[in-house]
Design a protein around this ligand. Sequence first.
Ligand SMILES: [Zn+2]
Ligand SMILES: [Zn+2]
Length: 169
Amino acid sequence: MKVNVAQLLRAEGASAHYDLQEEFPPFQFDGDDLVFESPVHVTLKVSNSGKELLASGRIQTQLRAHCSRCLEEMSYPLDLEYEDEWVSTEKATEDQLENALLFDKEQVELDERILEQIVLSLPMKFTCKPDCKGLCSHCGTNLNLGECSCSEDDIDPRLAALAKWHPAE
Ligand SMILES: [Zn+2]
Ligand SMILES: [Zn+2]
């Protein structure tokens, strides 16, 4: 995903709008392969402040992940605000060298930055819904789909011993 800023750089104070869309490859996150279910859509307004380009806009896409509780596939829509400073490598201050998005030759390559923003926004654990019941730890049944019989059979061992001890009628 590249933005050509040649024209913008020649007009201090000017701004331009960009509407970009691109397929991103899957990436690894917390042991899961996250797949993009839709292209990454980036809408931006970029202004030339004279010293740098100031970008602000949104990143929208949808990921396919796995619920950490029930392990089912789930869609995870993303709609992020994106604010950034773009500066040409030769004009960058020390601070900008570390924090801004650097470009050469009037082309800003956005992919890495966009992916970084996406990764930073992801939750520690994905859950398909807030009240996902997860899997039974005994038989692995997905408890969102129905109850298993474990809970009935699963008598506390101390009670089981007691039950045996009582003489049958
Ligand atoms: Zn779930
Ligand atoms: Zn079970």
